[in-house]
Design a protein. Sequence first.
Length: 195
Amino acid sequence: MKALLWMILAALAASLLTGCGAFRPATVPIRTVSIESGGTGRCLAILLPGRCAAPEGFARGKFGEAVRARGLDLDLIAVDAHLGYYRTRGVLERIREDVVVPAQTKGYQEIWLVGTSLGGLGSLLYLRDYPEDITGVLAIASYLGEDDLVREIEAAGGPRFWHPPDATSPNDVGGDLWRWLARDEFARIEIPVSV
């Protein structure tokens, strides 16, 4: 029993140290990490990490080196958009005020949001609320809601045939996103769904 308790405490400590702690505060401004990629200030990719990832993970994943190796004129900035920002519903405001608007002021001609998992959700929510701010979104393995909701949409035959409820609870971010995605112009897009 004592060994089990120590294992649980060690796992909890590791999750807090790696950015997976559920209670990290949402600070203002949001923390960012520039990743050297050799860009010239024309096009910016704003990188949004997954739930248990830190922005430094994009640097460790050699995103900058990959951009340089391909000769892409692309600047990279990773954002510490952790779960605390999503829980307080402040993630979009922080990304806009602390990252996108300053990038527009610097003269970037193209601004892309690139998100993995939870960051993919954030990218899509940003596109929904501020489409005029960005050139596009690359959402990779996006979190799109709880499994029950995804199964419900899949059982209906996809977003085109799903009939969303009129309202969801304020904490149902997935349902809110899917109501937007199920609109006519998005419902025609084939979105692979599997749980």
